[in-house]
Write a new protein. Structure first.
Length: 337
């Protein structure tokens, strides 16, 4: 591989390299100057810490498009052994079902196209196709999308028709999991974070499963005692409490209380994801932020410290005002297949 530059271009590239601050552009200029100086592709690769194929590719692109386009960062790089149609087929296949390893994708490529790929190259290929290796999200297996759509439509109509004398609350109490919702468990949980490669960030854990029970609504805390406190805050207002289908929200006590307070109504979330529809209840997002900030990967030596940490979250909620403002919105995600 030989490139011969005219004196004017050679001088221009030397001056350009001297002022260049972008590492990739600096290397690309150096490749051309080194080949012009008579070095072989193998020698240039060894000097610059590149592979031979990259040197040949840079030289070919330079000869085909010229210096200006060669130094642009938007030229299409080498894509390997696959055609664009094959890449699109891989994108479709990996999107259609869950592949838990790059090795499985490599096996599918070899079986389908007869092309062998090393596992590490499949990882790069998948990244170039827009895939990232991350956790799956668990959603209810029997979610009624139509019921959710109907609930959202009814809620939107309620919000459009309500006047300034009506106040709407989202409620949530005892939830459906050991560490979910309003039952924070006195223990640490793993959490994503930036950790040095090759290092571990260890957080001690507790034994047992002691929990702190919290009942809440987006504007305050839940059920009869809470609703009466809310009434004291909003005297003379018409109240609408949006609740899931937990048994206590339909209990005899609640029904009797509602009969005695006709200005208070309950709007139940649809029974499309067991008794609960967390995707339709914004306060679930508050519990998620609570776990992230005060529970996951945080060590509390005793239960009282744990309880105080939880209370600090609510007593100093202004510290998370921006996160809460972006999380607690009336945008709902419909779950369904």
């Amino acid at each position: 591989m030989q490139i011969t530059l005219d004196p004017e271009t050679r001088d221009y590239l030397r001056k350009l390299r001297k002022k260049e601050r972008d590492k990739k552009r600096y290397i690309k200029i150096s490749v051309i100057l080194a080949l012009d100086a008579g070095h072989s592709a193998q020698e240039v690769a060894a000097i610059l810490g590149l592979d031979d194929a990259t040197i040949y590719r840079y030289a070919a692109v330079y000869q085909n498009v010229g210096i200006e386009d060669y130094l642009k960062q938007n030229w299409v790089p080498y894509v390997g052994k696959l055609t664009e149609e094959q890449r699109e087929a891989i994108r479709t296949e990996v999107s259609s079902r869950l592949y838990i390893s790059a090795r499985a994708v490599a096996a599918w490529i070899e079986c389908t196209f007869g092309i062998h790929y090393h596992e590490k190259h499949v990882v790069k290929l998948l990244h170039s196709l827009g895939f990232r290796y991350k956790k799956t999200q668990v959603v209810p297996g029997k979610a009624d999308a139509q019921a959710q759509e109907a609930h959202i439509a009814a809620f939107e109509q309620l919000m459009a028709e309500k006047n300034e004398n009506t106040v709407v609350f989202f409620n949530d109490g005892a939830c459906n999991g050991a560490c979910n919702g309003a039952h924070p468990q006195f223990n640490t949980n793993p959490e994503y974070g930036w950790i040095l490669q090759g290092e571990a960030f260890e957080v001690p854990s507790q034994t047992g499963c002691q929990r702190l029970n919290i009942t809440g609504a987006v504007n305050a805390q839940s059920t009869v005692a809470l609703w009466e406190k809310i009434e004291a805050i909003y005297p003379g207002k018409r109240m609408i409490h949006i609740c899931d289908n937990a048994a206590y929200y339909r209990s005899k006590l609640i029904k009797e209380w509602l009969r005695a307070h006709p200005h208070v109504k309950v709007m139940y979330l649809p029974r499309c994801t067991r008794p609960y529809s967390p995707n339709l209840n914004p306060i679930e997002r508050v519990w998620k932020l609570l776990k992230k900030e005060k529970i996951n990967s945080i060590w509390y030596e005793c239960f009282e410290d744990f309880k105080q940490g939880i209370m600090d979250f609510f007593n100093h909620s202004y510290l998370w005002a921006m996160e809460l403002k972006s999380l607690v919105t009336l945008r709902f995600r419909i779950i369904g297949y």
